[in-house]
Design a protein around this ligand. Structure first.
Ligand SMILES: Cc1cc2nc3c(=O)[nH]c(=O)nc-3n(C[C@H](O)[C@H](O)[C@H](O)COP(=O)(O)O)c2cc1C
Length: 151
């Protein structure tokens, strides 16, 4: 782990209270798979223990983070994961982001601050969804996943 070497593959780590952000995660995973990416690991941050999520993030070169907006913040368990990644000073990884909100999105904006601090290389356009999955969101999730073809 201390060498920061990475295998081909992408970890999608997301939080979701009602399933909206989870639907985005699933749409992204489906398109990554359609792009031929073999190792796709999904972690719902409220279900997987952080130690397993961190181990997979160290293992694979790609990380796609998803979070609903929660009181104008990142969902707490996602925030906690991001701070664990920063503490470990992981280097040389690629990053994608997505999130959802209802009245004023904040999660994606705040995850962009993580992107800057971590110095991970941003891949694709972050996707921000208002309320529920629509055709346009599905397309944006597909576009985000397509950007990983060249990583
Ligand atoms: C406790 C709580 C706090 C929330 N805070 C915000 C907020 O500050 N801004 C906002 O636009 N939406 C807020 N929402 C709405 C969620 O971000 C939105 O419903 C989101 O799509 C939920 O995603 P999920 O289905 O993946 O849980 C909040 C929802 C809950 C339950």
């Amino acid at each position: 782990m201390s060498r920061y070497d990475a295998d081909e593959g992408v970890v999608i780590a997301y939080g979701s209270m009602y399933g909206n952000t989870e639907q985005m995660a699933e749409a992204i995973a489906a398109e990554l798979s359609a792009q031929g990416i073999k190792n796709i690991v999904m972690h719902n941050v409220t279900k997987s223990h952080p130690s397993y999520i961190i181990a997979d993030i160290f293992r694979y070169k790609g990380l796609i983070i998803g979070s609903p907006t929660y009181s104008n913040q990142i969902f707490p368990e996602v925030e906690s994961l991001l701070s664990k990644i920063l503490v470990r000073e992981l280097k040389g990884r690629y990053l994608g982001m997505f999130g959802s909100y209802t009245w004023a999105g904040a999660a994606v904006k705040r995850m962009a601050e993580f992107a800057e601090k971590s110095k991970f290389e941003l891949v694709g356009n972050p996707v921000e969804m208002k309320q529920a999955m629509q055709d346009i969101t599905y397309t944006q999730c597909e576009n985000l996943a397509c950007a990983w073809r060249t990583v």
